[in-house]
Design a protein around this ligand. Structure first.
Ligand SMILES: *Cc1c(COP(=O)(O)O)cnc(C)c1O
Length: 410
């Protein structure tokens, strides 16, 4: 997004929460000779293993890198199919394109914005039997001679920190022998029916960009129970080196997706504070809810009963659909309050339209959310008076736009 306006926002979109301990941890690394592949990576991975209760955690240099490696491990080859949601951050679909595979988008649940499990099942059923199946493909591939490979993966995203409806999704994956890759990049600490996000699929990815619940600057983490994949991920992130390979021997095509020691040191401290950080975010969400629950100007986020713990990544409201969400963003910006349209549907991004022939109308639930969703400033360092300020300005912005809309009608 070209959201690099350099006006200083009085309330920023997001903010990392770093203290003296984080600063010291990073500086301490700088006084050692080991800036990569050292002890901090090991500690950070161990901390995530313990927190999630998983066997293996493999740190990488971004969430996107982690998703790419997960797609490779799942055996996805050129032309293969991956079922996923168009209501997400672009990386959850791009990782499919990196391997020249084909994303099969299915629409989202209009309440949660997570992949609709019934549509996932229907598409998998048809694609698996190859009957009445081409309608699930991207438009440009429906009548083309492009070789269509196998359906291999189901890739749900836990949008905004709320887990997707995993039980029916896992049942679908089992029925058609699909690998489940959980995009948990927005959901560390979230729980679905008491189960932690990241522990329900075959492999999951967390992300640590500065706007996420915990940060390492740039960074990501793969988690899995599979020991063979643990070995594979360690090789892939490290230029394809394996076990006994020396620095200049490479068993397979790999990447430089390593996380450095400064980032890992930051991650270790952030992980030790994760419950504190999640609790603070939850408090900020509660402040917003209290102020925005009443009235018909905006709708507050809806948490479904299967979400036994929300891990608040962003706070996204739905603007009254009679007014222009983008005009509201403009009015807030005049008061130097940041806000963003979360998400722009992936299928409507320019290169997805051009490559695959998607257009407006293809995924109505996703597009509706894309039109009315507005992410408000959100972080664990926000104060109650900042929330007050944002809510006051938001109300008057929406009210002003409503008045304008009714004046235009009348
Ligand atoms: C943040 C995020 C990612 C990964 O982002 P990176 O910037 O590469 O760490 C992937 N998927 C979703 C849904 C995300 O929000």
């Amino acid at each position: 997004m070209t959201e690099h306006r350099f006006t200083i926002m009085q309330v920023p979109m997001s903010s990392p929460h770093l203290g003296e301990r984080e600063i010291c941890a990073v500086i301490d690394v700088l006084s050692t000779p080991v800036l990569s592949m050292g002890p901090k990576i090991v500690s950070f991975e161990q901390a995530v293993c313990t927190y999630c209760g998983v066997k293996h955690a493999i740190a990488v240099n971004s969430g996107t890198s982690g998703l790419h490696l997960a797609v490779i491990a799942a055996g996805v080859k050129e032309g293969d199919l991956v079922i996923t949601s168009p209501f997400s951050f672009i990386a959850s679909a791009n990782c499919i394109l990196y391997e020249r595979a084909i994303p099969v988008f299915v629409d989202c649940d209009p309440i949660t914005g997570n992949i609709d499990p019934d549509l996932a099942e229907q598409s998998a059923y048809d694609l698996n039997r190859r009957r009445n199946w081409r309608r699930w493909l991207p438009p440009n591939l429906r009548n083309s001679m492009t070789r269509i490979g196998q359906l291999k993966v189901l890739l749900p995203v836990h949008a905004f920190g709320q887990p997707a409806d995993m039980d029916p999704l896992i049942a679908t994956a089992f029925r058609y022998s699909l690998v489940v890759i959980e995009d948990s990049c927005e959901a560390i600490g979230a729980e679905y029916k008491g189960r932690r996000a990241g522990t329900m699929g075959d492999v999951a990815v967390f992300a640590f960009y500065p706007n996420k619940q915990i940060t390492t600057g740039e960074g990501g983490m793969l988690v899995t129970e599979r020991t063979d994949w643990d070995v594979l991920f360690r090789s892939l992130r490290n230029q394809g080196r394996e076990g006994s390979d020396g620095w200049l021997s490479h068993t397979r095509l790999g990447y430089n997706y390593r996380m450095d020691e400064m980032s890992a040191a930051l991650g270790v401290v952030q992980m030790s504070r994760i419950e504190e950080l999640l609790a603070k975010r939850e408090q900020v969400a509660r402040w917003y809810n209290e102020r925005l629950r009443e009235g018909d100007l905006v709708e507050i986020p809806c948490i479904t009963p299967t979400t036994t713990r929300m891990s608040w990544f962003v706070y996204v409201v739905r603007i009254n659909s009679a007014v222009s969400r983008d005009a509201v963003i403009g009015r807030l910006a005049e008061d130097r309050i940041a806000s963003k349209p979360y998400f722009k549907p992936i299928h409507l991004q320019r290169f997805y339209r051009e490559e695959f022939g998607y257009k407006e109308g293809d995924f109505p639930a996703t597009e509706h959310l894309g039109r009315v969703s507005l992410a408000l400033p959100f972080s664990s360092v926000m104060t109650e008076s900042q929330v007050d300020l944002v809510c006051g300005k938001l109300r008057s912005a929406v009210r002003a736009e409503l008045n304008e809309a009714s004046r235009e009608k009348g």
